[in-house]
Design a protein around this ligand. Structure first.
Ligand SMILES: [Ca+2]
Length: 463
């Protein structure tokens, strides 16, 4: 009897220990856009509070500088080239409406991993991993979906003969077209709060890939925020995203879930170049869509009281690809059966002083579409001499030449030091060769690549 009671107590405590997991993933949002990462322009008290109660990660990378491949990597823990999502079906950087391609349903997403451990799962916001019925979130481990299948600026007027009105979806059905872009953040937030309330008694995984600031030069926000910030439409949307985070925190507090919820807050790629400037990637160089630090080194905050030390900063080299294996480790779920690239970084999460990362030995690779452009290991980022598609990394770069920077200590990349550290250049060049063999490069397939999903005939998403 005593054994049975102990067993039951143990089972209950094990169950209770499984945290809820929330990933808030904003769109085209720069490192320097948050107060806690140095913005003097935007008011972001709610995300700042998450940082004060958790850890700020300062060498946290997405696996691509653009939407679709970045999201494919977050979902699968794999480089975009590994899962075939580095280019679109038409050779573009991201999927467009009525695309024949999508994330292969045979890939195992973080939603599927968490579902296997008994989690309720929902995706709320912008998906962008395929708009065909076979590729929707509900086919990739999410019990439910509310939001838009691709970027909010992919509106019918741009390609009236092919693209449908921007569809707002619930599950697999279009419930509104065109979607009301002004209220996407507000409505996604309300949906998120509802999902949290409905699943307060069981572990849940909420993936909240917000639609804003997004790809348009005129980000949308509701009347509560429009015209209120010191940075135009972009700033209004940043402040609404911060409000959204506050609403989610308030719901968790109200339901007494805040202590047993792991929150990850980050962006899919850096702020893009605009004239006049909108978002800020400070202190990093470059802007969204390429392989610069500004494009791929993201603001990231994680909060889980009692597990992740409050008010700390960690500069270990980490990536969105690490989240899938890290979540699997935390909830004791099985990893996908095929090779993934991310690492279990619980030793970094739970020990803020630990700044050594598995990527320091393996190397972290920066691809722009099909081209390998740079590699980081430890303190160092090596920009490779480029031939072929993209000769210039960003508009700032006149020529494509080999360059080495200590991006840990010289975060603004002011001092090119390849001549002083030839042994580092040799080591990182050798890592790049390994990546080329495994993942491929421009005009060169890799032995470790898998196929994306494809359909013969793509159809528009209509109400
Ligand atoms: Ca994006």
């Amino acid at each position: 009897m005593k054994t049975l009671i102990l067993f039951l107590l143990f089972s209950v405590s094990t169950f209770a220990a499984k945290p809820n997991i929330i990933v808030i993933f904003v769109d085209n949002f720069g490192n320097g856009d948050l107060g806690c990462f140095g913005s003097k322009l935007h008011r972001t008290p709610n995300v700042d509070r998450l940082a004060a109660e958790g850890t700020k990660f300062t060498s946290f990378y997405v696996a691509s500088g653009v939407c679709t491949p970045s999201r494919a990597s977050l979902m699968t823990g794999c480089y975009p080239r590994r899962v075939g999502m580095h280019v679109s079906d038409t050779g573009g950087a991201v999927l467009q409406p009525v695309a024949r391609k999508g994330l292969n349903p045979t890939e195992v997403t973080m939603a599927e991993v968490l579902k296997s451990a008994g989690y309720a799962t929902m995706c709320i916001g912008k998906w962008h991993l395929g708009d065909q019925p076979a590729f929707l979130p509900t086919k990739q481990g999410f019990d439910d979906f509310f939001g838009i299948p691709y970027s909010d600026d992919m509106t019918k007027d741009k390609k009236p003969d092919i693209w449908p009105e921007l569809p707002l979806m619930r599950g697999e059905k279009v419930i509104e077209a065109p979607a009301d872009r002004d209220h996407l953040v507000k409505r996604c937030t309300e949906e998120a709060v509802r999902f949290i309330e409905q699943h307060a008694a069981s572990p849940f995984f909420l993936y909240l890939p917000h639609t804003m600031p997004g790809s348009t030069a005129h980000p949308f926000s509701s009347e509560n925020f429009r015209g209120k910030s010191a940075n135009g439409e972009y700033g209004d949307s940043v402040e609404e995203l911060d409000w959204s985070t506050g609403e989610i925190m308030a719901a968790l507090q109200r339901l007494k879930l805040a202590d047993n919820t792991l929150i990850v807050w980050t962006s899919d790629n850096g702020a893009v170049k605009r004239n006049p400037p909108q978002g800020s990637n400070a202190p990093y160089r470059g802007s969204g869509y390429d392989t610069s630090e500004g494009a791929m080194r993201m603001p990231c905050v994680m909060r889980w009281p009692g597990k992740i030390a409050a008010g700390t900063v960690n500069d270990a080299l980490c990536s969105t690809m690490d989240l899938l294996p890290t979540f699997a480790s935390i909830v004791d779920a099985k990893l996908p059966p095929h090779k993934i690239d991310g690492h279990d970084i619980t030793s970094i999460l739970f020990n803020t002083k630990n700044t050594s990362s598995p990527w320091d030995d393996d190397g972290f690779f920066f691809y722009r579409m099909d081209q390998l452009q740079a590699v980081r290991a430890g303190d160092w980022k090596l920009y490779l001499p480029l031939e072929g598609k993209f000769k210039n990394l960003s508009a700032k770069r006149e020529a494509s030449k080999l360059e080495l920077f200590d991006v840990r200590h010289d975060v603004g990349e002011e001092h090119e030091v390849s001549a002083q550290h030839p042994e580092v250049v040799t080591r990182l060049t050798a890592l790049a060769e390994k990546a080329r063999a495994d993942l491929g490069d421009f005009n060169q397939p890799g032995t470790g690549q898998r196929e994306a999903g494809r359909v013969e005939h793509a159809v528009p998403l209509l109400p």
